[in-house]
Design a protein. Sequence first.
Length: 722
Amino acid sequence: MFHRSRFNRFFTLPFLAGVVLICAVSNNASVRADDEKPLEIAAIKHEGEVDFEKEVLPILRRSCLACHNTAEAESDLILETPKTILAGGAEGPGAVAGKGDESLILQLAAHQRESFMPPEDNDVGAKDLTPQELGLLKLWIDQGAKGEVTGGGPVRWRPLPAGVNPIYSAAISADGQTIATGRANQVFLHHGPSKRSLGRLSDPALAASPNEYGPAHLDLVQALTFSPDGNTLVSGGYRTVKIWRRTPAVAVKRWSVGAGEWKVGAVSANGALCALAQPNGQIKIVQLADGAVKQTLQGPASEVLGLAFSKDNATLAAIAADKSLRLWNTADGKPVANAELAAVSHAVAFVGSAGQIAVGRDDGIVRLWSIKAGEKVEGQDTPAATLEAGAELKGHAKAVRAIALTAAQAEQFATADEQGIVIIWDAAQKKQIRKINHGEPVTGLAWTADGKTLATAGGGKTLTLWQAADGKKLADLRGDYRTRLSVAAGQRAVSLAKKYIVGAKADVDAANKTKTAEEANVKKSGEAIKKAEEALAKSVEAVKKPLADKQAAEKVVAAAKAKLEKAKAAVVAADKTVAAAVAAVPVAEKARDAAKTRAPLADPAVKLAEELLAAAQKAAAANKANDLLAAVAADAKKLVSQAAARREQAKKAIVDAEAAVKAAIAAKAKSEAGKKTAVAAVPAVEKEIKTAEAAAKKTTDAYDKVAAAQKAGERAVAGAKR
């Protein structure tokens, strides 16, 4: 133990300051070390050699192969086989046989070397290797990085279990002849009129042998849609979109649009484009002709739950889990407009002749939205658009899961919810037409081309057809039968041709009847346009003065608010001045009291000095030959002068201190008066603001009234011209 005096002598202040500095540097170094701390590599006990294909490859497949495969090969590094790993890439060999600590892939995976693998916030959700996985990778390299990939033998597909066949998607061809449903990884076809099964689709590439019948996809079929001419069917599954030709039913094209699971899709009305979305919000618009990615859209930060093309194929709509509705231009991929939804939604479609956007929400409400073009802004080619919320269609008690359109009935569309309720709506009149109960949650919904039949598919094994006119059930499609329908197809063609002839004659008669009426309407519409344009010109002129008044009132309000801020700032400054003045008074009084205390000591000092001087002069006079006594007398004289000067200084200090006290008291009174004035000014300014805001409200109301009249005039002109 140190003795206290010895401790104090050795641990001086400069030394302690040095200790503090050293500790601070050490702490900073510790923080940096934590930020760059490598991952732990566990010591693995393993019997025999590590099997690359069975033990190491699954780890790399989960966290590394998305970027380092034969197709991608980032930094020219491929991690699919021991041979490609040892060969390495742009940064040298991926592994050094027998030397795990010196191997690139272990250093990157263990965060011992930049850039870390897998990278943070990667697109496929790959996670860091665990200590055990890093230990197994190191042990495999230390053992020589040996092994090969055999593939584990051919894949043999087996029939799906009875309980794994829900219908997640459905589509009807435009002629109403073919209905497609997606059950698990299978696509089943039915003939609409006869309610007979046409079998299922098979991708030969997925069959274990040429004689076996393979599935349509490796994973669940999440989306189906026919081209407008009905000759091709598009199906979407995990990472893959396939195009099928009607006869024979085989996959004629297949392509990959990148890593990840593509869960939501939509096909444009002209059959040229397909939109796909991943759970991470990435959206791609793909050309179905060749699989080329036309646009990659900056989607929402959350999962996309629904996609839809406009009827003219120019706009793509997307709804996401963050309760957003977003629109893009399909030609250039630029955002068009966005809006916030009241609830999470899973269904979206462009409906009605006016191009409204219907969004089916999880709270059971179907909300209609309209796209409003933005006002032209100088220097911008295309003004920004906005989404205006329209009518709320209520009728569902559960979450809406599907929306389907009918080309034959321009204003009609159907919605389905997770309770199995299907409602047919009129988009123009914004009202319910008919309600149908499917009996179980509906996941697929589609119309026939003539708009007379509606198909619903749910989680069971049945696809149900309904008569749209009265909601009557027509048929439940089940089974796995096959048939050829060439004769029936020919009969349908003849019947359809006859209908066309009858319809053409009726069209001619109707055209002759309407010609006269149209000529009369042209004249009336011209008069209506002229009248509407005159009214619009008056409303445009009428809005000028209210607009100027509104802008002037807004400036007065802004000026008054700025004045209020200054008044409040003055109050704050006055508070500080008062506080300083109040604090100065006791300081001055203390200085005065100290001066008065010292002053009485000055007189005795002068008297004592004078007595000393008299004694010294007397002694010097008595002994003139003594030079020392003469010097003492001279010093005593000086002492008298100094004591007298100090006495005068003490008197002056009292006078100065008294003056300082008076000045401090005066400053305090002045600052308090200033604060009172500043505080009194605030209510007056606030009253001024209220008066200005009231005047501004009047001018704003007047402007809104005439502006509404102008908008009404614009709509009247547009309506007269239609």
